[in-house]
Design a protein around this ligand. Structure first.
Ligand SMILES: *Cc1c(COP(=O)(O)O)cnc(C)c1O
Length: 426
């Protein structure tokens, strides 16, 4: 598509957008009494207007029914996680059996590592991207220590080439092959939170499997953003939070994917709880853990109804919109933002550019997010945007992240961002 940096053009794209009506189903935060142009959906997604009613329903049932709500509530609490799996599975490209919604992201990452990081004397290394989200770094570091290894030895970090910001797939694969004898698991982001780079999960999984290692992904920045196909890519496990692109509220609940290949392996070591026990006899209160088939067999506790009620409401919107449609719009929306940023940044000979977009410029190598490094005083530009009702976010040491989200951002939003940046540089 050939883009134009005009209001009329942006409005025309909004008119043609089959998802445009979803914007009205969210609360846009107000700043100086005006709705902001929200670009932080990669950090905390906006509140769906239906979320309060969904939670209120559970409050009402709790008030009216007390403990009987486990069976008599409109959505009986005893089975609450069942109401989420099918739609969550669609979002990540999985079979229902492969997905469960539970706990929080980092907790789930540890639970999965317990089962899938089973180091041996020779094969014990963990590969991840350098400067991964800190929680993932700490989780991997503590997992290595838990098994008696020195993290500096056990953790292999994938680093971009000198002068580059992002990783090349060929370099990731070469590194996996270099470690064919000692690699236990590749555990990396699906989309890096800082650069916005989307990794080639299918290729990485294939390379990991070829050397006998496990392939796992933290999809915090990928779920609800990319068109994932975890089952077909043959990923071993994945985890994600639901409060970023999935709009399910601060702290929200989390998702877990375990490939069908591992569905019927009760012998897989795991940290167990009663909710992972065979559902038919869960309430017989018997000794001896028998895990449920599939991802459900990793559950620990009975469902957290309130955060799950929000997630349920949000997943219904994803189901209605369709992840393929969202991704299609997203590629255009982010492409449009890139076009406008580049136009403002274009310089005549001898002039210095204003900033650099470090996110890959090819759609398949990124999601919604563009990360820009500003040449002079990035924080000042960030503050200017914020004061002018454009809310990107700032990540130390020097990046402004902007994520136009297809569920609620418009092409006009993107056009207006450009106008405000132009004004800043005037
Ligand atoms: C957001 C994010 C987290 C946050 O972890 P929580 O357990 O939800 O607090 C962890 N890892 C990555 C990659 C993230 O992007």
């Amino acid at each position: 598509m050939i883009f134009e940096n005009t209001l009329a053009f942006a409005q025309q794209l909004d008119k043609q957008d089959i998802l445009a009506h979803f914007r009205d189903k969210f609360y846009l935060p107000l700043h100086t009494n005006k709705p902001v142009i929200y670009l932080c959906g990669n950090s905390l997604g906006l509140q769906p207007k239906g979320a309060q009613a969904a939670v209120q329903k559970e409050f009402d049932d709790w008030a009216k029914l007390g403990v009987e709500g486990h069976f008599q509530a409109k959505n009986p609490w005893k089975f609450y996680h069942h109401f989420l799996t099918e739609k969550a599975a669609k979002v990540v490209g999985a079979r229902s059996k492969e997905v469960v919604i539970m706990n929080n992201l980092t907790a789930n990452l540890h639970l999965m590592m317990v089962s899938f990081y089973r180091p041996t004397a020779t094969r014990y290394k963990i590969m991840m991207e350098v400067s991964a989200f800190p929680s993932d770094q700490y989780a991997m570091e503590s997992q290595a220590k838990f098994h008696g290894y020195n993290p500096d030895d056990a953790i292999i970090e994938l680093k971009p080439r000198d002068g580059e910001y992002t990783l090349r797939t060929e370099d990731i694969i070469a590194k996996i092959q270099d470690h064919r004898d000692d690699l236990a698991i590749v555990m990396m982001g699906g989309v890096n939170y800082y650069t916005g780079q989307a990794f080639d999960m299918a290729a990485i999984t294939k390379a990991a499997h070829e050397v006998g290692a496990v392939a796992a992904f933290d999809l915090a920045h990928a779920a609800g953003n990319l068109h994932l196909q975890l089952h077909d890519w043959d990923v071993d496990f994945a985890v994600w939070c639901t409060y970023k692109y999935l709009n399910s509220g601060p702290g929200g609940t989390s998702g877990v994917f375990v490939h069908e290949r591992h569905a019927n392996k009760p012998e897989l070591i795991r940290f167990a709880g009663w909710w992972g026990h065979n559902e038919e006899e869960r309430f017989l209160m018997k000794k001896g853990f028998k895990p449920m088939e599939g991802a459900a067999g990793w559950q620990l506790s009975n469902a957290q109804i309130f955060p799950m009620a929000i997630h349920k409401a949000s997943l219904e919107m994803f189901d209605e919109a369709g992840i393929e449609n969202l991704r299609k719009k997203s590629e255009m929306l982010t492409g449009y933002l890139e076009f406008i940023l580049n136009e403002i940044n274009s310089v005549s000979e001898g002039q210095k550019s204003k900033y650099k977009i470090i996110t890959p410029s090819v759609a398949k190598d990124r999601g919604c997010q563009l990360s820009i490094v500003v040449n002079e005083n990035g924080k000042k530009l960030f503050d200017y945007l914020y004061e002018n009702n454009v809310w990107p976010d700032w990540r130390e040491p020097d990046v402004i992240r902007m994520s136009p989200v297809p569920m609620y951002n418009s092409f006009e939003d993107v056009f207006r961002i450009g106008e405000i940046i132009k004004q800043y540089y005037k």
